[in-house]
Design a protein. Structure first.
Length: 424
């Protein structure tokens, strides 16, 4: 059978495909969209993985931990500790050639093993929870897509389908807004009433167009917001409205009756959406126990401080030996240091610098990465692009409606409908 016109056609009759359309990414910042796009890094979630296999990876630092002010602030404090410690051998040690820092080095080596093990567990747990949160969101949104397909196959009228799918879409928006609201509660300047009003005002003013009716509507009207505002968990509670609406469709004969397998399949989609919400909340709201992360953080900082002290002692020892060599060490009484002793101290300084600078830098960076992954709604670099997911869902649902509207012209048969049209 020949096609009479493309399935997806705009008002002028011209076809429009995914490759031709400009995809909207509201959730991305200006730096994410423009700053690194030419190098293959569009955001912290969208990048060209092939550059990681070359030295070009060192040039792409715009959205990484290496430009974090928290990382370099901590390294600055460790540098200050090293400089202060370096003055101690100059003022307190009479014979710097007899000074041995092996004891401190052994403590640092022991802590490095413990810290590395705990950091590995924490990073694994954080990345698994991050992926579980993403999987929960996608399960919720896929349930909405599958629900639309069920309505299309059963021929549910546009008004009823649009009402239910709008509430389903609102559940995802509410979940996103509420999780951001929960993280703002941890801020010292948090004002509960003001933030609550702001969140519901965003919901009330957000336009949505799922293709039913052809015009954008508000996501939730004031009456619906008034009822949901008094509930503890609006994203989950809203599915009770959806379940009741679907039950009414079955009672009116628009979809198969409740004892039918089709009705059970639709209910399974609702349960999958509700399960996705629970999965997101379990991944976000149930964090790693405080005792574990507090102990891990303390061990990382203690280990880094010990490394800074060791580096400071070695630097002070090299300075002392140099002063001793040139008779500038005012507290030392005896023969000057030999050139061999100076060479040994310089070699020790270089090795200690590598060990005591790179180690704390890596441990501190991994700690910050783990913390950011554990709180994806509190850190811009690891934030789940939920706005982009919602925009794509809205676009997909509009495409589905447009495809069905043109299907009769393309294939030459009427759209399916479970409830047969009444005769004249």
């Amino acid at each position: 059978m020949a096609e009479s016109q493309p399935l997806l056609a705009d008002a002028k009759g011209e076809s429009s495909s995914y490759m031709d359309r400009q995809v909207s990414y509201k959730g991305l910042g200006k730096r994410e969209i423009e700053g690194l796009a030419n190098e293959g890094v569009k955001s912290s979630m969208m990048y060209k993985a092939s550059i990681l296999g070359t030295w070009e990876a060192f040039a792409q630092l715009g959205t990484t931990v290496w430009v974090s002010r928290h990382l370099w602030r901590m390294m600055g404090w460790l540098t200050l500790i090293s400089l202060v410690t370096a003055l101690c051998p100059l003022a307190m040690v009479r014979d710097p050639s007899h000074l041995n820092v092996g004891g401190l080095a052994k403590v640092s080596q022991f802590l490095n093993v413990i810290v590395g093990l705990l950091l590995g567990f924490f990073l694994t747990n954080s990345i698994n929870r991050w992926y579980a949160c993403v999987d929960g969101f996608l399960s919720l949104l896929d349930s909405v897509r599958n629900l639309q397909m069920q309505f299309i196959a059963l021929g549910v009228p546009g008004e009823e389908a649009g009402q239910i799918l709008r509430l389903s879409f609102a559940s995802g928006v509410l979940l996103n807004e509420q999780l951001q609201f929960d993280y703002k509660r941890l801020q010292p300047d948090f004002e509960h009433d003001a933030e609550t009003d702001r969140m519901w005002d965003v919901i009330n003013k957000r336009p949505v167009n799922l293709g039913y009716g052809g015009e954008s509507k508000t996501l939730l009207d004031k009456a619906e917001i008034g009822l949901l505002r008094n509930t503890r968990d609006p994203p989950s509670v809203i599915w009770t409205w959806i379940a009741a609406s679907i039950g009414r469709l079955a009672q009116d004969g628009i979809i198969p009756p409740m004892p039918s397998p089709t009705y059970g399949r639709i209910m399974n989609l609702l349960e999958a959406a509700h399960g996705g919400i629970r999965k997101v909340r379990a991944a976000i709201c149930v964090q790693t126990p405080w005792n574990y992360v507090q102990c891990l953080s303390a061990l990382v900082h203690i280990n880094n401080a010990i490394n800074a002290v060791i580096l400071g002692v070695v630097v002070g020892l090299v300075l002392s030996v140099s002063c001793q060599r040139y008779h500038l060490f005012f507290t030392y009484q005896g023969s000057p240091a030999t050139i061999q002793e100076m060479e040994q101290e310089l070699e020790s300084l270089f090795c200690t610098w590598l060990y005591c600078v790179i180690g704390p830098l890596v441990y501190q960076a991994l700690l910050l990465i783990g913390i950011a992954l554990a709180q994806p709604f509190d850190d811009a670099e690891t934030k789940i692009p939920m706005d982009r997911f919602l925009n794509q869902l809205e676009e997909d649902m509009c495409d589905g409606v447009r495809l069905i509207e043109n299907m009769e012209h393309a294939f030459g048969f009427e759209l399916p409908a479970f409830k047969k049209k009444e005769g004249p």
